[in-house]
Design a protein. Structure first.
Length: 298
């Protein structure tokens, strides 16, 4: 028969165990409540943050649309690059972002090259070119390269490949390469898929140095350029003067200062470059040239 002291010890042990169980239960409940409160607070903070960003808690809510900075013109210094030319910077507000404009490039090699500028897809590049043209930035400058990619390179007053204005802007309209289908498993190696033509003949694109640091330099492609890695933001397309471009493309090239055979032997000069509203006459001419012939059949 167990002694009274043994019974007291057992009762005390049982009481201690019950106390520990209740304590563990309370601790688990406290942790669950704390976790729930923390989650709720996090959700509320996220919601409040979104509401604040959206202007819910603004003291004076405005329903009017105000002008905002559309383009970011990043300053560049002439101290590090003396080939840059300071003519100020374009505006940042009230920038056109729809439709097209017309860029006319008059050279010493024939009829003007007319470009339909895609303002909707490249509002900052279009604004920059319009601004620089208004400053006569391109007038009496040299197109200093016929590139290996099949393009005429222009827009550098220094003719060095390093020149431009004292600001830069980002890419806006890089072409998207189509997705290539995954090759089917085969014992023999399948022929590689050719690169897509992302820059068809007549494409006008801005040239960044390095890529994405765009200024005044641009490319006019005189033949299709196929590549899987687009590196030039598209500004527009040639709608007039393709014959002039084709004639320029036949110019003999010699080595430039770095040894690349891309410098035109016969200098190609832009006499004037202007940018203005889209020309109805040019658009109609381009549409007519693209339309099929309706002449009488013999």
């Amino acid at each position: 028969m167990a002694s009274s002291k043994d019974r007291q010890r057992k009762l005390a042990r049982a009481k201690f165990d019950r106390q520990q169980a209740r304590r563990a239960e309370r601790e688990g409940r406290r942790r669950r409540i704390t976790a729930g409160v923390g989650t709720t607070l996090a959700v509320l903070l996220v919601a409040a943050g979104g509401a604040w960003i959206g202007g819910v808690f603004d003291p004076e809510e405005s329903t009017e649309t105000t002008a905002t900075d559309v383009c970011l013109w990043t300053p560049l210094g002439t101290a590090s690059n003396p080939d840059l030319k300071d003519v100020g910077t374009p505006p940042t507000k009230d920038i056109p972002d729809s439709g097209t404009s017309t860029m006319t490039i008059s050279t010493d090699k024939g009829a003007p090259i007319v470009v339909e500028v895609d303002v909707a897809s490249s509002p900052c590049a279009a604004t920059s070119f319009s601004y620089l043209a208004g400053k006569q930035f391109f007038d009496n400058t040299e197109c200093h390269e016929l590139t290996a990619e099949g393009a005429l390179r222009c827009g550098d007053p220094a003719g060095s490949g390093q020149g431009g204005p004292t600001y830069s802007y980002y890419d806006e309209n890089l072409p998207v390469a189509p997705e290539q289908p995954s090759p089917a498993p085969s014992a023999s190696a399948a022929p590689s898929t050719p690169a897509p033509v992302l820059y068809p003949k007549g494409t006008v694109a801005v040239l960044g140095n390095p890529q994405g640091v765009n200024g005044s330099q641009f490319l006019i492609f005189h033949k299709d350029f196929a590549t899987a890695t687009p590196g030039y933001s598209i500004l527009g397309k040639v709608t007039g003067g393709l014959d002039t471009l084709a004639a320029i493309a036949k110019t003999e090239t010699v080595a430039n200062s770095t040894g690349d055979k891309v410098k035109p032997k016969d200098k190609i000069t832009i006499k004037t470059l202007t940018v203005g509203p889209a020309s109805a006459g040019t658009a109609a001419s381009a549409a007519a040239s693209a339309a099929p012939s309706t002449g009488a059949q013999s």
